[in-house]
Design a binder for this molecule. Sequence first.
Ligand code: ARG
Length: 492
Amino acid sequence: MQRDLVRRGRLSDDRTGEVMHFLSSMTADREIADMDVLVDMAHLLMLSRQGIIDREAAVALMRALLGFYRDGIPAEAYDEQFEDIHAGKEAVLIGQVGEAFGGRLHMARSRNDEVATCIRMRLRRELIALMEETCTLRGVLLETAAAHLHTIMPGFTHLQHAQPTTLAHHLLAYEQALSRDFARFADAYARLNECPLGAAAFASTGFPIDREYTARLLGFDRPMGNSMDAVSARDFAIEALADCATMTATTSRLCEEMIIWSTAFVRFVTLADDYSSTSSIMPQKKNPDTAEIMRAKTGTVAGALVSALTITKGLPMSYNRDLQELTPHLWHGIGAAEESLVVLAGMIRTATFNTEKMAEEAGKGFSTATELADVMVREFGLPFRTAHSIVGRAVKMGALDLDTLEAAAEEVAGLSLRERGLTPERIASALDPAVSVAERSAVGGPAPAETGRACIGRKEYLTADRTRVASLKKAQEAAVTELIAEAERLAA
Ligand code: ARG
């Protein structure tokens, strides 16, 4: 077993297992271990190209690193006597190639810039996955919307029947919100994708390093500027978590609706068995557990965000070990958001919408009263507030037929609607939910003509976003391929 060589010079090492466990980030470091091997390779290539390390040492180290890349870092590197994977891996490398060579890899860097680089690289991958999954969910919403342009349903405010709308309009609302989440992830990606490597502990280094080169090898857009900020900053983690929290705040609303809509007294949707659970005692039960867990994941993500904010607040410059405590929250929060997106897309894709029940409910609760008031304004010249009061009074009286409306008009405004030409037929058509929906054809409205147009337009946005994330992914894959090729050339 290798010793933790980082402690060898300055400290004795009689720590108890509890202290080792307390100090070590090993569990969370499993998330970044693969990235760390790539970071080592890029750093080594740069040291070699700059003549900071001699060829023989560089070749021996690169051969060992390529072994780690192909077969994984040996298990002994993950022992909790090491404070982290960086120390564990260095000890194993030194064990393999000897300290004369292995002891040279950590020139001109620190674990502080190393870990910040690893976290950014791993988070970059997660942001790409989040963008892809957001697109998948948006695609499902758009397809489902396109199939339900004419599916009339009640729209709600205050969870009270408000005005008729369509299922397409409802689902398009979520798609539009999720497109902003995509934009936020893409934005966070651009700020994230700068390379801290070379900042060393915080004060950079006196070695003649080439930060542009390592940044390029690792697929970053550029090296980070100020070296103190490079190792201290975790706002990229806060930003990613905030974006996930914002996104899950929205997806949890859709989950809540699936839960309400699947109740026996609403029955707007039947979730597929695969997304439901039953009861251990009540044999008849079909519960929307997937939607409930997902609603709760919103709390997990928000909790991770609050943890990250609280851990970083008030930290003096530059690196503080507190930052280690933040990283697991990052993976936990991001992971919860990601799995929610995947499961939600499946839940919606496999759901069956009860269009008859929706139509039946659409006209309830005087939900077309607004359209009737609008007709009085458009066709009989009433001020909107007067029409609003007349219809409101008629609702209070209990009916929207001509006699009641006439009595209400007399009471509220001292006028006769009959005299102005209102007929039972005109009332009936104004109260038809389909007519009310069709009338609402302004930009963004529920009229099938408008939602049909929206579906096409939104699909174009989605295609553009998919292209954007595919090109980010391709650039990352190309960077890794190029890095490995360079590494192999050095090791040959
Ligand atoms: N395990 C540490 C972390 O996750 C790596 C950096 C350690 N730096 C240090 N000065 N102890 O943040």
